[in-house]
Design a protein around this ligand. Structure first.
Ligand SMILES: CC(C)(COP(=O)(O)OP(=O)(O)OC[C@H]1O[C@@H](n2cnc3c(N)ncnc32)[C@H](O)[C@@H]1OP(=O)(O)O)[C@@H](O)C(=O)NCCC(=O)NCCS
Length: 194
């Protein structure tokens, strides 16, 4: 969506920036990994298709995406491509219910297990609640992805349904004041224009 096309979220250890054309080659390289394709239930795309995907994430009003940067690397190099470690998205699934599907990927293996996934997804929840007015989040996770299921459970999500066909579980979390307070306690951030 265009809403976040000039928005940068500066967190404690991460910076979230809008997904732009210059991020595509590295993003495409990540998605060649069969493991990541499996964990994120994605089909491999050609480089040209990935550029098309980037354009659609920017233009379509039901999709919001940020690239996750390691703040430490970014502050040293001032190079977004160098500091890229993953991405996080909200896909609006139901306008009436204000429901959005949340996705998170820490693609760089060396960046996993350092609380980056946790921080990024919390920043995205807060952005989605304040700026897109999301009232209900859903996460679709492969049944074998126990790390992600564990993380979303810890974030307050509960099981909604299981699909035997897709071998995935749908977890959900209704937004309420108590959860917003809790999210704000977990995060420190400022929003800048870029
Ligand atoms: C799932 C993912 C986003 C987690 O991000 P991360 O930065 O590696 O995880 P964090 O360090 O932020 O840990 C957050 C929580 O995840 C869980 N977790 C993380 N690593 C784990 C591990 N090796 N074993 C078990 N649980 C783990 C824990 O609940 C952890 O909280 P805790 O440390 O307080 O117990 C990341 O591993 C990833 O992107 N994996 C590949 C793509 C993917 O699976 N995406 C999700 C598709 S829905």
């Amino acid at each position: 969506m265009k809403l976040n096309s000039n928005t940068k979220i500066v967190g404690k250890n991460l910076v979230l920036v809008p997904y732009r054309e210059y991020h595509v080659p590295r993003y495409h390289e990540w998605m060649q990994s069969v493991e990541l394709q499996k964990l994120t239930a994605s089909e491999p795309l050609t480089l040209e298709e990935e550029y098309e995907m980037q354009r659609s994430w920017r233009e379509d009003e039901d999709k919001c995406t940020f690239i996750i940067l390691d703040k430490d690397i970014y502050e040293k190099s001032n190079d977004e491509t160098d500091a890229m470690i993953g991405d996080t998205n909200i896909f609006i699934t139901d306008n009436e219910l204000a429901a959005g599907e949340i996705e998170i990927m820490i693609a760089e293996e060396s960046a996993r297990g350092k609380k980056f996934g946790w921080e990024a997804v919390i920043l995205m929840f807060l952005y989605g609640i304040k700026h897109i007015n999301i009232k209900l989040f859903e996460a679709k996770i492969s049944l074998t992805n126990t790390i992600s299921i564990k993380m979303f459970n810890k974030l307050g999500f509960q099981e909604k349904s299981v699909s035997e066909v897709f071998q995935e579980v749908t977890l959900e979390k209704k937004v309420n004041d108590e959860w917003i307070r809790w999210l704000n306690e977990q995060a420190q951030y400022e929003i800048q224009t870029c």
